[in-house]
Design a protein around this ligand. Structure first.
Ligand code: ADP
Ligand code: ZN
Length: 289
């Protein structure tokens, strides 16, 4: 079955055509400008192929409630032109095929659950640490939505006693995203995260914040696996630091076989950065059911 996949990001739109096995046959990337400029280009791309369904995983916040009049909309983003924009509807009108719609991070979580390291797992989380921090949640086998969708990048943390950085989030002085996303690392240390590779204290502080967040997610959601993706997580030296700090903070309170094998519990994304677009293929599959 030929399927379309769209990973709608704040800076770029990744579009692909593939199939239900997760195979990607063709892929392009288009910069995200205003909807008037960008959407017609995406439609031209997808109209070239006889796709039977489309899966969209979008930056947000988005409305995921099928009963809502604004289902399929990007809602309150400050990004010019995209606030209150009917993204799903724009494609439905032109393509007239089933369309699956979810958040960008839920897309990646679904990609990992369907094709990657969360196969066979029915409660798991995918956290991206990039320009922002976001989390996709699989709960009892399905993507978790709820009132809105997870906004786990904005959970509040205890500041490190020696960290004088004010935080980058305009809403919260001490949220995870404001203290630990890529732009926070760059603002705190005055250099891009990738250039700080060999600076041990940078990654120890980063692990301090990420581990606090993971402990909260573990205690609340009881995930069977935690997948960490996004640009910042390419710094693989973070993984042992995060795992050690998580163990230290849990302090033996939770004893499970998963935590006993923490190297296979807190893991990097497994699909070569295709987890998002592959998840979109699965969103398209699910839209046909
Ligand atoms: P986005 O979140 O915009 O979709 P990314 O996941 O690539 O895209 O995140 C971009 C952020 O990640 C930037 O702040 C960048 O500095 C940081 N980043 C990208 N690649 C790396 C890397 N290899 N090591 C550390 N940080 C990185
Ligand atoms: Zn915040």
């Amino acid at each position: 079955m030929l399927l379309g996949a769209l990973e709608a990001g704040g800076t770029k739109m990744v579009c692909a055509v593939g199939d239900e096995t997760g195979a990607i046959h063709n892929q392009i990337s288009i910069p995200t400008e205003t909807p008037e400029i960008t959407i017609p280009k995406l439609i031209v791309y997808f109209k070239q192929y006889p796709i039977e369904a489309l899966g969209i995983a979008s930056f947000g916040p988005v409305d995921l409630n099928p009963a809502s009049p604004t289902y399929g909309y990007i809602t309150t983003t400050p990004k010019p032109g995209w606030g209150n924009y009917n993204l799903k509807g724009a494609f439905e009108k032109e393509l007239r095929i089933p369309i699956g719609f979810d958040t960008d991070v839920n897309g990646s979580a679904l990609g990992e659950q369907t094709f990657g390291c969360m196969k066979g797992i029915d409660c798991g989380i995918y956290l991206t640490v990039g320009t922002g921090i976001g989390m996709g949640v699989i709960a009892n086998g399905h993507l978790l939505h709820g009132m809105l969708h997870s906004e786990a990048g904005h959970i509040l943390l205890s500041k490190h006693p020696e960290d004088t950085f004010a935080g980058k989030c305009p809403f919260h002085p001490n949220c995870l995203e404001g203290l630990a996303a890529g732009p926070a690392i760059e603002a705190r240390w005055g250099r891009k995260a990738v250039e700080l590779k060999d600076d041990k204290k940078v990654w120890e502080l980063e692990a301090y914040y990420l581990a606090q967040a993971l402990v909260d997610y573990i205690l609340v959601l009881s995930p069977q696996k935690i997948v960490l993706g996004g640009g910042v997580m390419h710094q693989l030296q973070l993984f042992p630091l995060i795992r050690a700090k998580v163990k230290e903070l849990l302090n033996g309170y939770i004893k499970t076989k998963e935590l006993a094998d923490i190297d296979n519990y807190i893991v990097p994304a497994s699909l070569n950065d295709d987890q998002g677009i592959m998840g979109c293929l699965q969103l398209a599959v699910l839209a046909c059911k």
